[in-house]
Write a protein that binds this ligand. Structure first.
Ligand code: ADP
Ligand code: MG
Length: 240
C-alpha cells in the first residue's frame, strides 16, 4: 500500500446531526477523509467524539446529514437502497461489538449468514463457510453452538463471518474491546494478517493506542471534527 494506491472510500465534508429541533446534536461537524485500497486506518478519539458515527457513514450503514461519501469514486447518495445493500454486502465486512452472534445457532450457521442473505446456493455457502472457519482456526468448532465458545473464539467467529463474503474493506469497531490483552493481540494479528495477505483494507475504531500504532495511519476525532492525523502528512501531501 502506498499513497499511490487507488481510493476506495472518500468522506467529503460530512456532517451528521442526530435528532431535530431543541434536541438536535451534531455528532460530526465536517469531516473529510480518504481511505486507500489496502491500507489500515485507525479512527481514534474519546468516547462520544463521533468515531462510530463516522465509521457507520463510511460503511454505508447510515447517511450523512450533509456532505458525501464516495465508494470507488461513486457518490453513495446516487445509489438506490437495493444497490446500496448489494454494494455493502459485496464490498464490506463488519467486526462490530453490537453485531452479535446468534447464541443458539451453530458457528457455521452464524458465519454463513451473510451468504444466506446474499442468496448464495447451499453447497457454495458451505464451502466458503468452511474456508473462512479454516482461516480462523475454527474448523473443528463449526457445529458448536456460538454460545459455548470463549470470548476470543467468538470474536474469531465474528471475523470469519466478516470474511466469508470476501470483502474489500473490513470495518472493525473496538474489535479487541472485550478481550484480555493476549487474546486481543491474537485478534489483531489475524486482522493485520488479512490486510497483508489478502490486501484487505482495514478501518478500525479503537481507543487502544497500541492497536492504532499498528495501523498505517490514524485520524483522531474530537467533538465531531478531525483533530489530528498520524503521520501528519503523506509524502505526496495529497492524502487526507
Ligand atoms: P464514539 O464512537 O466516538 O464513542 P459516537 O459516534 O457513537 O461516538 O457518538 C457521537 C455522539 O453522538 C455522542 O455524543 C453520542 O451520544 C451521539 N449519538 C450517537 N448515536 C446517536 C443517536 N442515534 N441519537 C442521538 N445521539 C447519538
Ligand atoms: Mg463508538
Amino acid at each position: 500500500m502506498t499513497s499511490a494506491s487507488p481510493l476506495i472510500l472518500r468522506a467529503e465534508e460530512v456532517t451528521r446531526v442526530y435528532g431535530r429541533g431543541d434536541t438536535a446534536f451534531s455528532a460530526l461537524r465536517g469531516v473529510s477523509l480518504d481511505v486507500r485500497t489496502g491500507e489500515s486506518l485507525a479512527i481514534v478519539g474519546k468516547s462520544g467524539s463521533g468515531k462510530s458515527t463516522l465509521m457507520h457513514l463510511l460503511a454505508l450503514l447510515d447517511r450523512p446529514t450533509s456532505g458525501r461519501i464516495e465508494v470507488e469514486g461513486q457518490d453513495a447518495a446516487t445509489l438506490r437502497p437495493r444497490e446500496l445493500n448489494r454494494l455493502r454486502n459485496a464490498t464490506f465486512g463488519f467486526v462490530f461489538q453490537q453485531f452479535f452472534l446468534a447464541a443458539t445457532q451453530t458457528v457455521a450457521e452464524n458465519v454463513s449468514l451473510p451468504l444466506t442473505i446474499a442468496g448464495v446456493p447451499a453447497r457454495e455457502r458451505q464451502r466458503r463457510t468452511m474456508e473462512a472457519l479454516d482461516a480462523l482456526g475454527l474448523a473443528d468448532k463449526a457445529r458448536n453452538r456460538a454460545a459455548d465458545l470463549s470470548g476470543g473464539q467468538k470474536q474469531r467467529v465474528v471475523i470469519a463471518r466478516a470474511l466469508v463474503g470476501e470483502p474489500q474493506v473490513v470495518f472493525a469497531d473496538e474489535p479487541t474491546g472485550n478481550l484480555d490483552s493476549a487474546t486481543g493481540g491474537q485478534v489483531e494479528d489475524i486482522l493485520f494478517g488479512l490486510q497483508r495477505e489478502r490486501g484487505i483494507t482495514l478501518v478500525v475504531v479503537t481507543h487502544d493506542e497500541e492497536l492504532a500504532a499498528r495501523c498505517d495511519r490514524a485520524v483522531t476525532i474530537a467533538d465531531g471534527l478531525i483533530a489530528g492525523r498520524t503521520p501528519a502528512s503523506a509524502p505526496t501531501g495529497g492524502i487526507r
